[in-house]
Write a protein of this length. Structure first.
Length: 762
């Protein structure tokens, strides 16, 4: 919904797709996996259909119309004025019969609405409507046609709009009440925390000016409320429809929900807040398929959706638990109920992937509905690595062999051809690890053919794929899709695991070309974290526009609160690790003796951690210790953090960059110090060396972009666990002689005052 200035009789603007989604769907939720074309294939399919038409054919016809206070707008795929034919093109793979009935009803409803709007625009008495189903596989068209008069289409349009109008007027009333309340909203506490006002003002200015913002702000100042409050405050005046709060981890999303609940309660806001949970966490029947004949919560989903949707609007907060409660009460899927409520929520809290991934739901909904959105990305120092993984894909030769063993004969031939192309690609890359200039054309063609063969088989078969074939299929599709957009932003590499097994990978190194359009579309995007230095590293890799603003929020903490020491004479480099164990053990024990309490000790790997732990326990068995282990469960992580109690004593050993290096809040005496026994530099290996070379080619800063900046971000995050409030006091030891280097110290927070010592005390 686009929000013009509030007026007594302003209109509700709705996209044709949204109108029809609301009124034309009925029956079961049917989301059985069907092979759908990629976005690029869909575009190509539409273009091919248009190219087959005669002169005068109009593509992408913009249409709009009114009904009462509804303003309906959309874009029809094509119109042939000579035959007076309006077309809606839908691309698909496999059997036409595999398209669910609820989808067909939706397609016809859309086309008929477009037909009415066209008759109004061109003053036509009738129009030929043609629903074109275009098969990507064989490029054949199936046309379903009907002739409709202007009067018939007007009646159908009026019926659609009448059924939507009550909801629309309710939404207009909600928007008016929301915007009035946000306009009058005052900060919910007596005053801002130190630094919080500076952050809030920067976020407000960014939203007011429609600019992006990189905000580096220290931990403990209330960044969540300091970003959410100003974004909402700017919404009424600047027509912001929705605020998307995105976080890398569950604790960050919970902080956003808590902040939104505080705003709602203390400012008395009619604000709709929704949490989007991962499908695997929200699914009630993970062993069932998303269709009415398999899952009871999919059966009759659209018939029961209106009552469930109405119940959602009465809930004070649509978090995961509330969605589950409402979904089960109305016998609808909680996960897809949450997806539906995205359209009718003001604040949506979710993971990065909902906006930045290739199939990001929020981004595609915003595009389709022309929403004006403000995006807030918490702990944004994680976004580079997360985005790289979103636009990377790999395939192992062992996966191909497993798929071949399970494949039906019609598919096995294509997989065998892929195997031969894979072998040929391997001959061109004889080294254990090798980067090729681009994906070999023969391999990519064979990969596309293999994907197509499985797709056609799946479309024609009622039997689900065997697990090994299914997993291979998904990985192959990802690799094939990324091959379509391969460029300098990615590497294509081959890794030999042993004589029989190789891994082919498209490895994204600079997500900017993929993320740039997301930033361009959003009204404003704010990326915030305690570690966003240097700003150009993030701007370059993430594709932020040149107009992006930067703010480094002054810390509310003082150097007197945190003693920061550099341990000279100790090297944590690989070659010096064995020699570092005894000095580190002595240093930690000396600090503990000076001020007993709870400490965290961070190391670069689990192996190094175990060596240091064993040394420390041998040297100082009287000091309690506990340690992080590989693949800790949520319960074990809670137990680890539970050891940090006020008045407690001991040292928790953890891996830098792991679960306890960020997002952990242990204020006061729960944590009084940290030892960081590493610069956190990524491992030097063939992959990272190729990344360094590419960063050098693209930005002239290969070492910094690959090793130094990512490593130091982990160090500052880990040390940031110590001082959480203005009343905390603590100590941080930076253990490695490289911490004495000027370029390294230049990446540490400005408020730290290093207390260099020529040597650590024994």
């Amino acid at each position: 919904m686009s929000a013009p200035p509030v007026a007594a009789e302003r209109r509700f603007t709705v996209a044709v797709r949204t109108l029809c989604d609301f009124t034309a769907r009925a029956g079961d939720l049917d989301l059985r996996f069907t092979p759908t074309p990629t976005a690029q294939q869909g575009i190509q399919g539409h273009a091919l259909v248009a190219a087959r038409r005669g002169d005068g054919y109009r593509s992408e016809v913009a249409l709009a119309g009114e009904h009462g206070r509804l303003h309906v707008r959309g874009r029809a795929d094509g119109y042939d004025p000579h035959g007076n034919v309006l077309e809606e093109v839908k691309t698909y793979r496999g059997q036409l019969a595999s398209i669910p009935d609820n989808q067909r009803h939706l397609h016809w409803a859309q086309l008929r609405v477009y037909g009415h709007l066209l008759c109004q625009q061109l003053d036509l008495d009738s129009v030929n409507l043609s629903l074109i189903y275009f098969n990507i596989g064989n490029q054949q068209e199936t046309a379903l046609s009907e002739l409709r008069t202007r009067a018939e289409l007007a009646a159908l349009f009026a019926d659609q709009c009448d059924r939507f109008s009550a909801w629309a007027m309710q939404e207009l009333a909600h928007r008016d009440a929301r915007d009035a309340a946000l306009g009058a909203m005052r900060f919910v506490h007596d005053d801002f925390r130190a630094g919080q006002r500076q952050l809030a003002e920067a976020v407000f200015r960014a939203n007011a000016g429609g600019r992006d913002l990189l905000a580096q702000a220290p931990t403990g100042i209330g960044k969540t409320l300091g970003t959410l409050f100003p974004a909402l405050k700017a919404a009424p005046r600047h027509g912001i429809d929705k605020v998307f709060f995105l976080a890398a981890k569950t604790p960050g999303r919970q902080l956003a929900l808590d902040a939104a609940a505080t705003l709602k309660a203390k400012a008395v806001l009619p604000l709709r807040v929704l949490e989007l949970a991962a499908r695997e966490k929200a699914c009630e029947y993970p062993d069932r398929m998303c269709r009415g004949d398999s899952c009871p919560l999919a059966q009759g989903f659209y018939d029961r959706l209106p009552a469930a949707r109405a119940a959602c609007l009465e809930a004070p907060l649509l978090d995961r638990a509330t969605l589950r409660e409402i979904g089960l009460a109305h016998h609808v899927c909680p996960y897809y109920l949450g997806s539906e409520m995205t359209r009718w929520s003001d604040v949506v809290v979710g993971d990065y992937n909902y906006w930045f991934d290739s199939g990001a739901m929020l981004y595609h909904l915003a595009l389709a509905n022309d929403w004006r959105v403000s995006v807030l990305a918490d702990e944004a120092h994680n976004l580079v690595s997360r985005a790289r993984s979103m636009y990377s894909a790999q395939l192992a030769r062992g996966d191909l062999r497993a798929a071949q063993a399970m494949a039906p004969p019609v598919v096995r031939k294509a997989l065998e051809k892929l195997g031969r192309a894979w072998t040929a690609a391997g001959k061109d890359a004889p080294l254990p690890y090798q980067v090729l200039d681009k994906p070999p054309a023969r391999f990519i063609d064979a990969l596309a053919n293999a994907v197509a063969a499985i797709t056609e088989y799946l479309a024609d078969s009622a039997v689900p794929l065997e697990p090994a074939l299914r997993e291979f299929y998904f990985a192959a599709m990802s690799l094939a899709r990324l091959a379509e957009s391969f460029g300098p932003h990615s590497l294509f590499d081959l890794t030999r695991e042993d004589l029989r097994n190789t891994v082919l990978c498209i490895r994204n190194v600079a997500p900017a070309p993929f993320l740039g359009p997301r930033f361009a579309f959003a009204h404003s995007s704010t990326l915030f974290s305690a570690t966003l230095s240097p700003w150009h590293y993030f701007a370059d890799l993430l594709g932020l526009p040149a107009t992006t603003a930067w703010v480094d929020v002054a810390s509310p903490f003082t150097a007197s609160q945190l003693e920061v020491h550099v341990a000279h004479g100790i090297s944590t480099r690989w070659q010096g690790r064995a020699a570092s164990l005894a000095p580190i053990s002595a240093l930690m024990a000396h600090q503990y003796a000076q001020r007993p309490g709870n400490y965290l000790a961070f190391f670069s790997s689990f192996d190094y951690l175990q060596q240091a732990l064993q040394q420390f326990e041998r040297d100082h068995p009287d000091i309690p210790t506990w340690c992080q282990s590989r693949r800790m469960s949520e319960a074990h992580r809670a137990d680890f953090l539970g050891r940090f109690v006020a008045g407690g004593r001991g040292v928790g050993f953890a891996v830098l960059g792991g679960s306890f290096g960020e997002g952990v809040d242990l204020p006061g005496e729960r944590l009084i110090g940290a030892f960081v026994a590493t610069l956190g530099l990524p491992q030097i290996n063939p992959v990272n060396e190729q990344l360094r070379r590419r960063m050098d080619q693209m930005f002239g800063a290969g070492y910094d972009y690959t090793y130094l900046y990512p490593g130091m971000q982990k160090v500052v995050q880990a040390a940031g666990r110590v001082i959480r409030t203005e009343h905390d006091r603590g100590t941080v030891w930076l253990i490695d002689d490289r911490f004495a280097q000027a370029e390294v110290q230049g990446l540490l927070p400005a408020w730290w005052q290093l207390q260099d010592r020529a040597r650590q005390r024994a």
